[in-house]
Design a protein around this ligand. Structure first.
Ligand SMILES: C[S@@+](CC[C@H](N)C(=O)[O-])C[C@H]1O[C@@H](n2cnc3c(N)ncnc32)[C@H](O)[C@@H]1O
Length: 216
């Protein structure tokens, strides 16, 4: 089964036999891979639209995963099942992902894995404001830098502004892909600065350079 580096990185955070509810599953590749490779015995492929659910059913048919990968029509967590351990939200905008998580009782889930296409800092702010705990983070490159974050609802004091912006584990883990991501951002900002000077952007470049010096 062919699956992207991005989805594989999310799978790294899932442990054997956890029951996964994949919100916005579309093609159901992630929940299907988990069952196909015997990482999980049961997963849910949830989506709020019939079209993606049809694609999910095609994948389930193709790999003969009936009764193990279960398609669910669900707007966010509306129809989540009682036996779920882990929620995955991937490939969506930050606003949509946050709306799905906002004002929900997430206490009974072992972890929630989120990959939004940009603005992960806003997701970390949401987590910090709710005093949730970030358990791990990763950055993966696949024609684009994708950030992945794992959290649960255990109490954690508010994260610092630096942690919210860049991620406490990204800073701690000394991950080489994160380092490349920071350098990529410096280049991007410096290109912009060549055309338009901006104090904010200059400060941002200085801040990222300082992070590299301090953490790598
Ligand atoms: C770009 S796809 C991502 C597919 C897969 N998760 C991935 O990362 O490759 C986004 C999917 O999220 C679904 N979606 C958007 N809002 C949703 C919501 N509120 N509840 C459930 N699914 C939603 C869309 O229908 C679409 O199938």
């Amino acid at each position: 089964m062919k699956i992207s580096k991005r989805l594989l990185k999310i799978i790294d955070f899932i442990e054997k036999d956890e029951v996964v509810f994949d919100v916005g599953s579309d093609h159901a590749l992630l929940p299907s891979f988990l069952v196909y490779h015997n990482i999980c015995f049961k997963t849910y492929a949830a989506d709020n639209k019939e079209g993606p659910l049809l694609k999910a059913k095609e994948t389930i048919d193709k790999y003969n995963l009936h009764d193990k990968v279960i398609p669910v029509l669900s707007d966010g967590l509306e129809n989540i099942k009682d036996d779920v351990d882990v929620i995955v939200i991937a490939g969506m905008g930050q606003y949509t992902a946050q709306k799905i998580l906002e004002n929900k009782d997430l206490t009974k889930y072992k972890k929630i894995i989120v990959q939004v296409n940009r603005d992960m800092n806003l997701m970390r702010k949401f987590i910090s404001d709710n005093n949730y705990t970030i358990l791990n983070e990763a950055v993966v490159y696949e024609d684009y830098y994708y950030e992945i974050l794992v959290f649960n609802t255990d109490y954690h004091q508010n994260y610092s502004d630096l942690e919210i912006k860049y991620g406490p584990f990204n800073l701690k883990n000394k991950n080489q892909v994160f380092l490349e991501y920071l350098k990529f951002n410096i280049n991007k900002y410096e290109m912009i600065l060549k055309k338009h000077n901006s104090e904010d952007l200059n400060n941002e470049v200085a801040c990222v350079k300082e992070i590299i010096k301090k953490y790598f």
